[in-house]
Design a protein around this ligand. Structure first.
Ligand code: PLP
Length: 420
């Protein structure tokens, strides 16, 4: 080890020998832009990891955090303790969310929330006297974070390599992301009496920006109803506006029993996530002296500063009409990418559902080389699965900036193709 500054940081999902000495170190943000340690100003066409929906470094949110910390950094929410910010945010989230008469469990992020929802789904059936209903089904291309449960629910097998045979959490199974008949097959194979829940992203994000094919969710809901399976919507990316509605479930008529959120609730200004829980599940836990107790919690459940930050973020989304703006930009982004469609060096474009898109260059052009080239040209893109490139700018991006993203992407594909 040479002892370079920062060498101690073992980055997530990174091949460390390739990363060391080649990091893009971000030191400042400014709306849709970030600035690096070596002074480059980059247009953030991915909103970081799909999080910076209101843009970077907004003073109003920083002020809300500072004011809260100076008053009370946080107080825990275990047992009969709580704090005023967690209570206020919970009421606001329930009023905003698509789950009627919900309760909310607050966590510190998306993976954390997936664990809470999956465990609660199993717990629900135990309380219902049907303890065999334990399997949780997920889609082949989904991403549900990488805590214990998420490692097993996230679709691609690579996330489970190296932990020994089987999956980390047993009683999980995947089905096709696009052919809903495959869900029928998996239900028949396992037996509905052994299945607790199905989890789905409204639009699959990091797995390749996959919108549901026509009829896919209708059949999923029908099967869930018919076989008494709980429905878990993972809205970590789609929650809080990315699809032009507050929640993706609204856009597709999904009626989840559990709705998982994170990222957009604070636009990444603090680590916060949570789960909206439908009455069908929470009622038993609220009812009478013999009510059972759901033993899940983390020190930062309902962290007061994170909750104050979330409220400031929601204020901005509402005041500036950013959810509607994201909805309008959906077309702008899809139109900007349209000229790429006929190029022989572009294999596929997925756009037109929300302010999110993915472009796959031809198989001979590696997505990570295109992303590196775009970075040189001042635009942050992200290589995701199966040679796709993620585009998901902040909601405050202008039409001209969307055009620039598409132009730089096209030029970067050209440049990599020309190098051969
Ligand atoms: N679920 C989805 C759909 C996600 O996209 C992510 C993260 O990208 C997660 C869960 C995990 O969230 P976190 O990284 O905050 O743990």
């Amino acid at each position: 080890m040479t002892g370079q500054p920062g060498e101690a940081l073992w980055s997530p999902l990174a091949h460390m020998p390739s990363v060391l000495g080649r990091r893009t170190v971000v030191v400042e943000g400014d709306g849709a832009y970030v600035v690096t340690a070596d002074g480059r100003r980059l247009l953030d066409a991915t909103s970081g990891l799909w999080h910076a929906n209101v843009g970077h470094a907004r003073r109003e949110i920083a002020d809300a955090a500072a004011a809260q910390m100076a008053r009370l950094e946080t107080y825990q929410s275990f047992g009969s303790f709580s704090n005023d910010r967690a209570l206020a945010l919970a009421d606001r989230l329930v009023a905003l969310g698509p789950v009627d008469d919900a309760k909310v469990i607050l966590t510190s992020g998306g993976s954390d929330s997936v664990d809470v929802a999956a465990k609660l789904a199993r717990r629900h059936w135990v309380e219902e006297g049907r303890p065999d209903k334990r399997h949780i089904l997920s889609r082949r291309d989904s991403y549900h974070g990488l805590h214990g449960y998420g490692t097993s629910l996230t679709g691609p097998d690579i996330y489970r390599e190296g932990y020994g045979p089987g999956t980390l959490v047993p009683e999980t199974a995947v089905f096709s992301s696009t052919d809903i008949d495959d869900l029928r097959r998996v239900i028949d194979e396992i037996g509905p009496e052994r299945i607790a829940a199905v989890i789905t992203e409204p639009v699959i994000g990091s797995g390749g920006v996959i919108a549901p094919p026509p009829g896919y969710f209708e059949t999923m809901q029908e099967l869930a109803r018919q076989h008494e399976l709980l429905l878990i919507a993972d809205e970590v990316i789609t929650g809080f506006g990315r699809l032009g509605r507050w929640f993706g479930s609204e856009r597709f008529g999904l009626e989840p029993d559990l709705l998982v959120f994170a990222k957009g609730v604070t636009s990444g200004y603090a680590a916060l996530g949570g789960v909206l829980v439908a009455p069908r599940i929470w009622r038993r836990f609220y009812d009478g002296p013999d009510a059972p107790l759901y033993r899940h919690g983390v020190t930062y459940s309902g962290h007061a500063t994170a909750c104050a930050v979330a409220e400031a973020n929601l204020d901005i989304l509402e005041r500036e009409g950013l959810v509607e703006r994201a909805g309008r930009l959906e077309r702008v982004l899809a139109d900007a990418l349209e000229p790429l469609r006929d190029r022989p060096d572009v294999a596929e474009i997925r756009a037109g559902v929300g302010l999110m898109a993915a472009v796959a260059p031809a198989a001979t052009i590696p997505n990570d080389a295109v992303v590196a080239e775009a970075l040189e040209r001042g635009v942050i893109l992200r290589a995701i699965r199966e040679n796709f490139i993620q585009i998901s700018p902040p909601f405050i991006v202008t039409d001209e900036e969307v055009d620039r993203i598409a132009t730089v992407l096209a030029e970067s594909i050209d440049a990599v193709a020309a190098r051969g």
